[in-house]
Design a protein around this ligand. Sequence first.
Ligand code: AMP
Ligand code: ZN
Length: 461
Amino acid sequence: MQIKFYNTLTKEKQEFIPLNKEEITMYSCGPTVYKDATIGNMRTNIFMDTLRRTLKYNGYKLKHVMNITDVGHLVSDADEGEDKMIKSAKEEGKTPLEIAEHYTNLFMKDLERLNIDLPEIICKATDNIKEMIEYVEELVKNGYAYETSTAIYFDVSKLDKYGILSGINLDDQKAGARVDIDEEKRNPYDFALWIKAPENHLMKWESPWGLSYPGWHIECSTMGRKYLGEQFDIHTGGVDLIPTHHENEIAQSKGCTGKIPARYWMHGEFLLINGGKMSKSLNNVYLIEDIVKRGYSPLAYKIFCFTSHYRNKLNFTWEGIDVADKSLTRLKDAYVKHTEGEDSMSQEEIQNYKERFLSAINDDLNMPVAMSIVWEVAKNAKKSKQLADVLLDFDKVLGLNIDKKEEKTQDIPSDILELVDMRKKARDNKDWAESDRLRDLIKEKGYIVKDSKEGTTIEKM
Ligand code: AMP
Ligand code: ZN
C-alpha cells in the first residue's frame, strides 16, 4: 500500500518513494545532553518511533541514525552565547563529560520506558571531530566558508538560495532581524561551522584553525553523510529546527556535495502546557519521571500523544494523562478478554480492520484515526482470539506492550507529590535548607525521598 508523508521541503503530502527499497535511510536530530529531556522532547521522540515502526510494519528495513549533541550547541541556536554543555557543567560543578554521560543515560532510560524502538546507529558528536574538521575543510576549499578572528563561518550569499525549507527571504531580513555579535560576519545569516576556543575553554580540539570546537549544525551534516551517504531518504526533528538548524544543514550539504541531504523532511509539532510554552521560569517543565512519580504508566503518555496528529500542537494536562492511563488499562483488559474469547470472526472482518489501520498510519502517520480503529477492535462485542492477534499486530506500530501486565509504580498521594515537586524546585534553585526542610516534612508524613544518579524516587516507609 502507498505511504504518504508531509514533506516540509515541498509543503505537500507526497507519496514516499525510497532511494533504495531494500533499506530506508533516515536521520533524526537527537538531544543536546545538558539537561533533563522534557515530555515535549519525548513527544518528538514518540513521533520518530511511530515513523520507524510504520516503515517496519510496511516491511522495510531501516538504517536510522540519531546523534547525541555533547558539544557545540550554543545557548542561542544562531551560534551566540556560551556552549550549553559547558554552562550546565559549571552550574552543576561537574565536567562536561560527566554532564553528557548523566543526561545521556537519563535520556536512554526515558526511551526505554516509552518503549521507543532505538535507531540502528546512535552516535556522539565528540566521537566525530576528525570527520567534522574534514567537512569544514571541504567547505573552505569549495569557497563556501571564511575565517574570522573567532570562527569559520558559512557564507550564505554563496548559495543560489538559502532558506528553502522555511521560506525566509534574505533580502527582507537584512535590516537586522538577528543581532550580530561578530562584526566580521559578511551576512547576518552566516553561521559558525567551527569556533575558535577562548582561553580556558573546557572543550576544544586541535584543528587547522588552532584549538577550537564544532558548531552545532556541522555535527548533523557530518554524521549524516558519514553513516548514510550524501543523500538519504528521511530527516526528522521538531518544528523549531526548521528555520535555523535544518536550513543550515541543507546549506552545508549544498556547499559540500551540491545536494540537499534528505528527500523527505518531517517535523513534529510542539507540546504545549496549559495552552502555552513549557519553561523553567513558568515552573511547568515536566519529565516522564513526573508522570511515573504520579503513579501513571509512562506508556499512558504515548497514548496521550496519539490523540493528536504529530503535525498539530498538543496541549498537555494532568487530566489528559489520567484519561490516557485509564485508556491503557482498558486496552490491556480488552486484549486479555479477547484472548479468552471463543467467538469466530470472518476473514473479511479481520482484513477490513487491518486495511483501515494500515491506510491510517500510511496517511502521514494519522494516529488519531489509527487509534479509533484500535478501539473498534478492542470494544468488539464478540470476544475472539483472532481479535487479540489483530491488537497484537497493531501494537507493532503503537509500541504499547498491550500483552504485558502493567508495572505500575506505587500510588503516591497527591499532597506528597506536591511536596516532592516543591523540593525539586528548591534543589533546582540550590536552596538546600528548604530542600532539607521539605525532605523532613515528607518523612513526617511517612515517605522517604531518595536521590540517586538516575533521579529522585519516593518510597513509603
Ligand atoms: P531542546 O533540548 O530544548 O533543544 O530540545 C530538543 C528537541 O526536542 C528540540 O529541538 C525539539 O525538536 C524538541 N522539543 C523541544 N521542546 C519540545 C516541545 N515542547 N514539544 C515537542 N518537541 C519539543
Ligand atoms: Zn541535527
